[in-house]
Design a protein around this ligand. Sequence first.
Ligand SMILES: Nc1ncnc2c1ncn2[C@@H]1O[C@H](COP(=O)(O)OP(=O)(O)OP(=O)(O)O)[C@@H](O)[C@H]1O
Ligand SMILES: [Mg+2]
Length: 220
Amino acid sequence: MSVRVNAGELVTLIGANGAGKTTTIRSISGLLRPTAGSIRFEGAPIHTVAPEAIVGLGIVQVPEGRRIFPELTVEENLRIGAYLVADHARVAERFDSVYALFPRLRERRRQLGSTLSGGEQQMLAFGRALMAGPRLLLLDEPSLGLAPLLVQEVARVVTELKRSGLTILLVEQNARLALTLADRGYVLETGRIVLSDTSERLLANPDVQRSYLGSVRASR
Ligand SMILES: Nc1ncnc2c1ncn2[C@@H]1O[C@H](COP(=O)(O)OP(=O)(O)OP(=O)(O)O)[C@@H](O)[C@H]1O
Ligand SMILES: [Mg+2]
C-alpha cells in the first residue's frame, strides 16, 4: 500500500474488519515494524525509529478501544500524554486547551478513568493525545461503539482539530462519517489500497456506496 497525508490535510483510510487499518496506524507509530517498504515523516524515514522517539517527532496515536488508564484520574491520564514535555508552562497551556475542547473532562478531572462512560473515555483518549502536541494525529476508529449523539461529538472534535490546522489520518469503519469529515480517502481491502480519491467522489462512487455506505442510505 501507498498512502500520503499532506500537511494540514484530513485523510481517511476506510475498510472492513481485518482490512489492515490498525496495522497501518501501528506501523506509522512504530509499534509494528514493516517487513518491507518505508514510512517517511516530513521527508525523513521513521520505520526504524523507536515508538517513543516517533511521539517526540509529533506523531501521536489515539488507539483503537481508547486504552486509557482506568486506575489513574482523568488529570493523570492527560498528564501522561505530555510526559515528553519538560516545560511546565507549556503543559499548563495544553491542559487549558484540552479542557476548553472537552469541558466534561475538566469537571471530572479528579475521577478515575474507570468511572468514565465510553464516550468520555474517547474524549480522554483524544485529550491525552493532544497533550503531546501532535503534528500528525492518528485516529483509530474514534466512533466505534458510541451512540449517535456521541459520534456527532467525535465529529465536532475532529472538525475543530482540522480547522486548527492539525494534520490527521483517520481510520474508520464508519465510512460515511469518515468521508464526511475528510478531504481525501483511501479504501483498504485485505491489506491493499483499492481506491483513492477525494471524499466527495468516494461518497458518490457506486462501489463505495454498495460496499461501505449501506444500500438504503446510498439509494437516497
Ligand atoms: N500480529 C499478527 N499476527 C498475525 N496476524 C495479524 C497480526 N496482527 C493483525 N493480524 C491480522 O491482520 C489483519 C489486519 O488486522 P488489523 O487489526 O489491521 O485490521 P483492521 O482493519 O484494523 O480491523 P478492525 O476494523 O477489526 O479493527 C487481520 O486479519 C488480523 O487478524
Ligand atoms: Mg482496527
